[in-house]
Ligand binder design. Sequence first.
Ligand code: PLP
Length: 491
Amino acid sequence: MAAELPHQDPDAFRRQAHQVVDWMADYLARVGELPVQPHAPPGAVLAQIPDAPPEQPEAFERIMADFERVIVPGLTHWGHPGFFAFFPANNSPPSVLAEMLTATIGSQCMSWGTSPAATELEQATMEWLRQMVGLPTGFTGVIQDTASTATLVALITARDAKTQGRNGGRADGRTGGVEVEPSAVSTDRLTAYTSEEANSSVPKGMRLAGFRPDRIRLIPTHEDCSMRAEALARAIERDRAEHLTPACVVATVGTTSTTAIDPIPAISAICRREGAWLHVDAAWAGSAAVLPEMRWIFDGVAEADSVVINPHKWMLVNFDCSAYYVRDVDALLRSFSASAAYLKSAEGTRVVNYRDWGIQLGRRFRALKLWFVIRSYGVEGLRAMLREHLRLGALFAGWVDAHPDFERLAPAPLGLVCFRQIAVGGKPAGGTLDTLNERLLSRLHATGRIMLTQTRVKGRYALRLALGHLTTTEAHVREAWELIQGVASSD
Ligand code: PLP
């Protein structure tokens, strides 16, 4: 029997959508009662999924039932109030609703003409966010999927500025067709710098952008894990002596391990002197600049060439939404413009075509969720949320500091606390502290009530407790601390 032709049935869709929305609201109400991460071994979900796709259509009810039976028990619940791992991937009701609309509209936003409202809303929301975090007017924003991509885009632009010349390289959009300036340098001779504490995406981006692995410098850090600017200057000096050309420095405002803040004013002075592109990775911490009292974290960032901030980490916007700000849009376009007969449009250069601002041709409509979130909470609402997370972080750090069995391993200015157990009931623990804390983490996870991640701070194994979810309250942080103390003292 021939299968029915796929078609839209608005009535069935309405019924199923109501069912899904009911499921979503129930999930949000009960997520805190679920184990924060699954305990099933690797392969447990895969084993429940048929090896081959269904030949015949399956009923929506059956698919939903399998979603609840097979998928949900295998999920790590990032929105669980006991989720303190990594940095958050946020969501919030207005963001989810916007994502539903985005999915329903189904636009593909590569060019102005493929969705004019999406392009213009992206322009508007990037301008709003620029004002919110206090970047100067010289910065223009574009939404990338992730900070990893934004940093890769910065690195490619910085590379091209050296290999084609800052003002050269008029691309014909297909082969590049670049007019290379006499000052151009071969990629082989370029160097790139970041700190040893940079996110894993940074050295990876450097390799992907074509920097030779032996030309990538990981600069040492101070005791507080921020980059040593004088070590950067020395590394550049050594490279210059080898006739190498420094192309890019990636500095971090809020490192992944400990939220350390690199000395941007000093780094920026070095970059200007050396003619190197300065990209600032503020993926996590950038949102905090919305608070006037935290604006200091962006000291010197006005001098950078590009900056990335992730509203999907700490501004209640669903993954993915990464705001990339650049000062020299022409340099960006030289690297990323692409043309083809089928992309030509009557508007020509009078409009923004975001396909020319990044790697992908096809693009999601990401501005809608940012617009919904900023409007639903207002900048004041977002400030209140950020202040509360900073307060909870400071509260937790204070509890750790006051407890003789624990110590804090790094400053905690941005809602992330790195700590470890050092004693049991006031007495030195047997074995190494690394082993003690590895065991503590796995026993905490076995409770299913909280999830943290581990890192190393100056070589010492540390537990990381990161705040930043809409649902996390003081009561949840207190519960987490009680659980940590209880499990630690029962060793
Ligand atoms: N940069 C920093 C400082 C981060 O903490 C992270 C992730 O936590 C990233 C970059 C990578 O972010 P994304 O997942 O958006 O690529």
